[in-house]
Design a protein around this ligand. Structure first.
Ligand code: 5GP
Ligand code: MG
Length: 173
């Protein structure tokens, strides 16, 4: 059975890093981009980032999924929930984890098809794995290993999103 185990990243470390990322993002853009949060995983991250950005910053959410339990299904669902109103707008995609890269490469391709302007990517976590799709994140909160993690918006089958820290799922046998 899988259960949440050790804390990998504390709530304090997350908050400090989010503030730093927001600072770097502010410094990069002359005008705030539209933030596109990929739900549900990026819910907390988007929320905390937004509060550190200028009040003019707009955001949208789209509900994208590819995971069942702790495995990627390799199929991305929900691209049609990305607003067509992003045509011509600079977009900053906010996601929780860059893992195989499939999700973000498909989202990026879809934004291109919609005619969005320059698109950049900001992820809270980047996993140290071989990617099946080539995609670079412009801003990364933390680099982690291959472990499956929960908390701060990240779930295991819908559970454990509300931890303020990030914890590793462990097998209790
Ligand atoms: P990718 O398409 O890059 O393989 O996977 C990205 C998505 O898989 C992320 O947006 C996230 O929703 C989910 N994911 C990948 N690794 C983890 C993990 O360790 N924990 C959780 N909760 N979700 C993950
Ligand atoms: Mg996700």
């Amino acid at each position: 059975m899988l259960e949440p185990g050790d804390v990998l990243i504390t709530a304090e470390a997350i908050q400090a890093r989010v503030a730093d990322l927001a600072e770097e993002i502010r410094a990069h853009y002359a005008e705030p981009p539209v933030l596109l949060g990929l739900m549900n995983g990026a819910l907390f991250f988007l929320n905390d980032l937004l509060r550190c950005l200028p009040p003019e910053a707009e955001f949208q959410c789209s509900t994208i999924s590819s995971y069942a339990g702790t495995k990627s299904t390799g199929r991305i669902r929900g691209l049609d929930t990305i607003s067509e109103g992003l045509r011509g707008r600079e977009v900053l995609v906010i996601d929780d984890v860059l893992d195989t890269g499939l999700t973000l490469s498909e989202v990026r391709a879809h934004l291109r098809k919609l005619g969005a302007g320059e698109t950049r990517i900001c992820v809270l976590l980047r996993k140290n794995v071989e990617r099946s799709a080539e995609v670079e994140a412009h801003w990364v909160g933390f680099d982690i290993g291959e472990e499956f993690v929960v908390g701060y918006g990240l779930d295991y089958d819908g559970k454990y999103r509300s931890f303020e820290d990030i914890r590793v799922m462990r097998d209790t046998g």
